[in-house]
Write a protein that binds this ligand. Sequence first.
Ligand code: URA
Length: 233
Amino acid sequence: MERLDKIISATGKKSRREVKELIRQGRIMVDGKAAAAADMKIDPLKATILLDGAPLGYEKFTYVMLHKPAGVLSAVEDRKQKTVLDLLPTELKKRGLSPVGRLDKDTEGLLLLTNDGELTHRLLSPKYHVDKVYYARVEGCLEPSDAEAFAAGMVLDDGLECLPAGLEILSPNEALVTLREGKFHQVKRMLAARGKPVQYLKRLQMGSLKLDEQLPCGAYRPLRAEEVEALRQ
Ligand code: URA
């Protein structure tokens, strides 16, 4: 839920002060009723906001942050298994959202869903090298030589060439892994190649976007205008 004046000002069409005045004049309607106050809390993904009877056009694209739980597929639909789209309400499902990249079924954490194809392309394109940060818990004991191997860039036994990556050791069996690319099962494969198979994996960050710590596992929220802007940069 967000403040009405914040949602409207994020469109760049009206300042917060103007919104206050428009509300006073009864010119803003939220879900069919005159808006009561600038600080009223509404769900920007669900509410219909009209100014002088016309939609504000604040929702050209939709951007949703999902705290993906384990056990669901990063896909739009699947005939047998539950997908991340099944965690969203119907009105959001109708907007043609797709996950930006994939997390494995058993991986948790940050997943962005949007219908903004251009942003999706830029976030996933190898050209832009968008950093992804993961928390990993492994079997075995991480050592500085593992971090060195990550930093040097690895070629795995199956031929997979990995760009230099970050491995920040947090405890003997926990680390933050930073990748600039997103190849299939990459974190798991890189750590397995070091003899430290992953037991638990969670994505914490993608580019500038961080998983909201207040967002419970399985829950979603719309991105804030400034989060979308930062991703576009
Ligand atoms: N790397 C993996 O191995 N799995 C994921 O889900 C994401 C990155």
